[in-house]
Design a protein around this ligand. Structure first.
Ligand SMILES: Cc1ncc(C[n+]2csc(CCOP(=O)(O)OP(=O)(O)O)c2C)c(N)n1
Length: 281
């Protein structure tokens, strides 16, 4: 398949999954649409293009690992896992319901989930641990973790960043979903993270800076990160827009953790339906 066709398919997939994200949050009447919509293009790049996984054998020892450090954005991972066949799509209807498989924050009992995220700053530490363990066990697998820009304010992120560089973990690839908005407003107003690229570079990481909604850039970055075995961990700074694809959610902190009401749901679905994937970025 030509690369441009692969990219078009991935864009189409991300469009479909945006609808699933909105629908499951609407049905649950709670959840985090903003950071799920900003992350979905990268997750599609990861799960449909890059990760070495076997959905029928979720605990395959040599699988690549994915850690969602910003665990509140679980809808974006759940829609992908359901579509990949880790569990039936009907499970999405149970999202955030008591005793259902899909809780608000990921649980290890869910097939395909490698980290029970929720407390920000912890996932990247866990990913660092798996990357070290994989190396000790001589496993040829990569560990990917996604963190948020608000999450980057957590001290533990910097401890693990320093440790990953010190231990020369070139099997660790972190994606920073830099969607510009955290829980209660713009990240730059709450506690500016400054020049993220320079900071990670100064901590000894390879840095790849991209538009995280441009699927061509997403898969090129994943290829580049995969090949960059230079005894340094790699971070992909994925510049995104919180709520991307739904105009009234874009960069709107009010949709950090709020479900759409009936009218908003209808409008959101119409807007996503109208996305022209060829132009989307
Ligand atoms: C340690 C910790 N403190 C606070 C929270 C509550 N919380 C959940 S999401 C969030 C904002 C995260 O912002 P960001 O990392 O930018 O995520 P995104 O914009 O992608 O949703 C906060 C403060 C938490 N989950 N963990």
């Amino acid at each position: 398949m030509a690369k441009k066709d692969i990219i078009l398919d991935l864009k189409q997939k991300a469009k479909e999954l945006r609808k699933d994200i909105i629908t499951m949050i609407y049905n649950a009447k709670s959840g985090h649409p903003g950071g799920s919509l900003s992350a979905i293009d990268m997750l599609v790049g990861l799960y449909y293009y890059k990760l070495r996984i076997e959905p029928k054998n979720p605990l395959w020892e040599n699988r690549d690992r994915f850690v969602l450090s910003k665990g509140h954005c679980s809808p974006a991972v759940y829609v992908v896992l359901a579509d990949k066949g880790y569990f039936p799509k009907s499970e999405l209807d149970g999202y955030r319901k008591i005793n259902s498989m899909l809780q608000g924050h990921p649980e290890l009992s869910t097939p395909g989930i490698d980290f029970a995220g929720g407390a920000l700053g912890q996932g990247i530490c866990f990913a660092l641990g798996i990357a070290l363990a994989c190396r000790l066990d001589r496993r040829n697998c990569n560990v990917y973790a996604m963190i948020g820009d608000g999450e980057m304010q957590e001290g533990a992120v910097w401890e693990s960043s320093m440790a990953a560089a010190f231990y020369k973990l070139d099997n660790l690839i972190v994606v920073l979903d830099k969607n510009q908005v955290q829980q209660t407003g713009r990240t730059k107003d709450i506690m500016d993270i400054g020049n993220a690229a320079l900071k990670w570079k100064a901590f000894g990481w390879n840095v790849i800076d991209i538009n995280g909604h441009d699927m061509a850039q997403v898969i090129n970055a994943l290829d580049k990160a995969f090949k960059m075995k230079n005894k340094k961990p790699t971070i992909i700074i994925s510049n995104t827009i919180k709520g991307k694809g739904v105009s009234f959610m874009e960069l709107n902190y009010k949709f950090h953790g709020k479900a759409p009401n009936d009218e908003e749901y209808k409008k959101a679905m119409e807007e996503i339906e109208k996305i022209d994937v060829k132009k989307f970025k």
